[in-house]
Ligand binder design. Structure first.
Ligand code: AR6
Length: 164
């Protein structure tokens, strides 16, 4: 089941939350900063050991102090106009996150809008990619949550969800 909710992803009791990270995996602003704050310093140590992650790929760590058991860190593309492979890279973030969750026997998972903050990916185009991938994996999970931070983001997702 795909569910669109509005809220703070760090508060969700799910098997895994997805972190929209950067290639260093050493934290940052936005959802990445919020996840590191809520998980505590053990998360930074675990990420340091991993040593980085290329764009479009994922790495998994425990959730430490978070209510979610796991964090799947993925690095979305920076939006550079749309002709630099951004769509394929963003799709890969969603696909690899879900494949990794499946491989770890995780049954519920929550996503933020990867790349749609600081990285500037247009929200509607990003949401369309996200929902297409999620639909493909829907029957493998109890719940796939789209966690929108703002009500505007939720409106974008719900409009697509109802019409496509
Ligand atoms: N819960 C859910 N969604 C959130 C939360 C939260 N607590 N906080 C922000 N969002 P961004 P990006 C939403 O900028 O564009 C970091 O510095 C936010 O409204 O966090 O992939 C990293 O270290 C937006 O819709 O990620 C990278 O350097 C979405 O999360 C860079 O930003 C993603 O916004 C990654 O940029």
């Amino acid at each position: 089941m795909i569910r669109v909710v509005q809220g703070d992803i760090t508060e969700l009791h799910v098997g895994a939350i997805i972190n929209a990270a950067n290639t260093t995996l050493l934290g940052g602003g936005g959802v990445d900063g919020a996840i590191h704050r809520a998980a505590g310093p053990d998360l930074l140590m675990a990420c340091r050991e991993i040593g980085g992650c290329p764009t479009g790929e994922v790495r998994i760590t425990p959730g430490f102090a978070l209510p979610s058991k796991w964090v799947i860190h993925t690095v979305g593309p920076v939006w550079r106009g749309g002709d630099k492979g951004e769509a394929d890279l963003l799709e890969s973030c969603y696909t690899q996150s879900l494949e990794t969750a499946w491989a770890h026997d995780i049954h519920s998972i929550a996503f933020p809008g990867i790349s749609t903050g600081v990285y500037g990916y247009p929200k509607q185009a990003a949401a369309r990619i996200a929902l297409n991938v999620m639909r493909h994996y829907d029957d493998r999970f109890d719940e796939i949550i789209v966690c929108c931070f703002t009500s505007d983001d939720k409106t974008v997702y719900l409009a697509l969800y109802d019409t496509e």
